[in-house]
Write a protein that binds this ligand. Structure first.
Ligand SMILES: Cc1ncc(COP(=O)(O)O)c(C=O)c1O
Length: 399
């Protein structure tokens, strides 16, 4: 059981000012707080779709809900397998379980940390229905080969763009490339609504299905056309979203500038590998995530982090192990005592997560996250750089 205050120390405040506060106040004063009574959610959906470059957007109350809604809209169910990366937030995989389907983990690219297209085909079976590439840390996954594989095997592609608002792949905004895109507006994200999410798509039928799943499968009062949920965004969230969306490019630019500042000063330091950026992408640096090289510094990542965090902490552990190593997957936890969907007769296979994907396992022992968020001032960036230089110097004298 997690301690009551287990998450308290981690707080990345969003960049916001009076504009957001006034927008929220206007909603409260209007006394129209929901999708059913207000107009802001629809306006936000229109503006977000326009920004991403899709015909449709469907706002929901989290990125997790967005993924769940997308999977449901695409008809995923018992007996299906969905390919996901093991190096991501857990919701990429648990949304699959929530549709009674099986997440199949495929290894990542050692440079971008995103799903490696070269590894996908080996994992495809007659049960595979789709692929969820994650644009991790704000770096787009390599979408062209992923779409090619999807087309060849008749699979759908859901982009998990929860960390990549405004990122681009070959000139296209992420979220507009696959069949559906999913975004999170959690308060630490590149743009936020406190909690919140949205689904983007060019497919009107899928958009219609997603709208139904979001709201009880109910197109009009007391008419129920499919299994749905209450995943509705609120008008307060949409008011925040409208203001934040207008500021998104500016906020992304601060993340990018901070990242470039780190790169300029960390490049060439023994034992530190600066983050890779593929050509033809716009990386929006949700996280600035270099690698440390334990063999060159003669310490483990955890020892290195402990040294960096002495005094004022400057970094936190990110994704310490591949998802498949967690208890949730090792013990194949699902619904009820019978562990559905793993035991589902429609699945009929006996999958275990006793797997070893070499790249993700190595990246987990190396990756560190440095603070490049918009609220971080230059003195903090300088302090982080100095601390890294100092710790590396200290370690080198011991070699
Ligand atoms: C890659 C990824 N997918 C899904 C989610 C889930 O989003 P939310 O926290 O809004 O439910 C997150 C959020 O951290 C994420 O980073």
């Amino acid at each position: 059981m997690a301690k009551k205050d287990a998450f308290e120390s981690v707080h990345f405040p969003p960049m916001m000012d009076d504009e957001e506060i006034e927008a929220v106040m206007r909603v409260l004063k209007s006394k129209r707080l929901t999708l059913l009574s207000g107009k802001r959610i629809k306006k936000f959906e229109k503006e977000f779709a326009k920004y991403v470059g899709t015909r449709e957007a469907i706002a929901v109350n989290s990125g997790t809900a967005a993924l769940h809604v997308a999977l449901s809209a695409l008809g995923v169910g018992p007996g299906d397998e969905i390919i996901v990366p093991p190096f991501t937030f857990v919701a990429t995989a648990t949304a699959v379980l929530h549709q009674n389907a099986i997440p199949i983990f495929v290894d990542i690219d050692p440079k971008t940390y995103c799903l490696n297209p070269a590894e996908i085909e080996k994992a495809i079976t007659s049960k595979t229905k789709g692929i969820i590439p994650v644009h991790l840390f704000g770096h787009p996954a390599d979408m062209d080969p992923i779409l090619e594989i999807a087309e060849k095997h008749d699979l759908f592609v859901i982009e998990d763009a929860c960390q990549a608002h405004g990122a681009e792949y070959k000139g296209k905004k992420v979220g507009s490339i696959g069949d559906m895109g999913c975004f999170s507006f959690f308060e630490s994200k590149n743009m936020m609504t406190g909690e919140g999410g949205i689904i983007t798509t060019n497919n009107e039928e899928l958009a219609e299905a997603a709208r139904l799943v979001r709201h009880h499968g109910e197109p009009s009062w007391y008419v129920y056309e499919r299994l749905g949920y209450n995943y509705r965004m609120t008008e307060v969230q949409a008011a925040l979203g409208l203001v934040q969306l207008r500021k998104l490019d500016k906020m992304n630019q601060i993340r990018i500038d901070n990242a470039n500042y780190f790169t300029k000063h960390l490049e060439g330091i023994e034992g530190i590998q600066i983050p890779y950026v593929s050509k033809d992408v716009k990386h929006v640096y949700h996280v600035y995530a270099p690698l440390m090289e334990p063999e060159k510094l003669n310490v483990s990542k955890d020892q290195f982090l402990e040294m960096l965090n002495k005094g004022v902490p400057i970094t936190k552990r990110i994704y310490p192990q591949p998802l498949y190593k967690s208890k949730l997957f090792q013990e194949r936890m699902g619904y009820g005592k019978v562990k559905c969907p793993y035991t589902c007769p429609y699945y009929g296979k006996n999958i275990t997560y006793d797997i070893h994907l070499p790249v993700v396992e190595e990246i987990c022992t190396r990756v560190i996250g440095l603070p490049n968020m918009p609220f971080v001032h230059k003195e903090v960036l300088d302090n982080v750089i100095e601390k890294i230089q100092q710790v590396v110097r200290e370690l080198q004298t011991k070699l």
